[in-house]
Design a protein. Structure first.
Length: 268
């Protein structure tokens, strides 16, 4: 065998070996294709019997999280100390509950909620599959039973509210749609008027804030600014997605007890 033939044989073997290994681009595409985004995740909601809770008893809510091909999503990352956050809000925004369903495995979460009356409720779930984006899934559900008389959704003229002995003043630096804005909740003791300096961490932060539009379609999960202390101010950064009326729920913890304060605002 002459030198030319030996060289051609060597190059052929080299090219064959290289073609058998995935390129960096192919590897990156393969990894990206396994990454879960909201469009590839389905949430199945089940409300036991679809009935209003009986007195002293709750209604079972089941959440079944799957890939779009029907395969259960089995692993979830912890977000704000929980695997899944479930928000339950009545259609008129008068009822609010923030709960954390128990993970049963195979993509199934379950919890029991005592609904105050029949009618329509907005269910909102925040979670992050391992190897995927943080995502939100929402659904309207209708419970049997007598609905409560709707409470009008009217913007508050005064942004100072008193809840369970805590006077909370809300300040918003910008009220325009699609603008970065800061929400500041200032807490004082109702009796003494002294600033509260004993706020405890709630879900790994100084507090937790949820915003929902009047029609229930625009939902914002608000994150607290990091590195805050124990009050009296709790600061959050957010953005209102469009003009309209919104309700804001702020949740804070004192003396190992969580209290919720709510405001209705009109965003021009």
């Amino acid at each position: 065998m002459n030198k030319r033939m030996i060289f051609m044989l060597f190059m052929s073997l080299l090219l064959t070996a290289c073609s058998s290994q995935p390129s960096r681009e192919n590897v990156e595409v393969a990894v990206a294709s396994d990454w879960l985004v909201a469009d590839n995740v389905e949430m199945r909601w089940t409300i036991k019997d679809g009935q209003t809770s009986e007195t002293g008893r709750g209604t079972l809510i089941r959440l079944d999280i799957q890939r779009d091909e029907g395969k259960p999503i089995e692993e979830f990352d912890t977000i704000h100390e929980k695997l899944l956050h479930l928000i339950v809000i009545s259609k008129d925004l008068s009822y609010f509950n923030h709960i954390h369903p128990e993970y049963k495995g195979n993509g199934v979460f379950e919890t029991v909620n005592v609904f105050p009356a029949g009618g329509e409720y907005r269910l909102i779930a925040d979670f992050k599959p391992t190897g995927g984006d943080f995502m939100t899934k929402m659904a309207w559900v209708k419970l049997g039973g007598e609905p409560a008389t709707p409470v009008p959704i009217v913007p508050d003229a005064n942004w100072v509210k008193t809840v369970e002995g805590n006077r909370v003043r809300l300040s918003i630096d910008r009220m325009g749609a699609n603008e970065e804005t800061t929400l500041t909740f200032s807490v004082t003791d109702e009796k003494t008027g002294q600033p509260a300096t004993d706020l405890q961490p709630y879900l790994g932060a100084i507090g937790h804030v949820v915003i929902l539009s009047e029609d229930g379609e625009q939902y914002v999960h608000v994150h607290a600014v990091k590195g805050q202390g124990t009050g009296p101010d709790a600061v959050f950064m957010t953005q209102f997605p469009k003009s309209g009326i919104y309700k804001i729920w702020g949740q804070f913890q004192k003396d190992n007890h969580v209290f919720t304060v709510a405001y209705v605002v009109n965003v021009p």
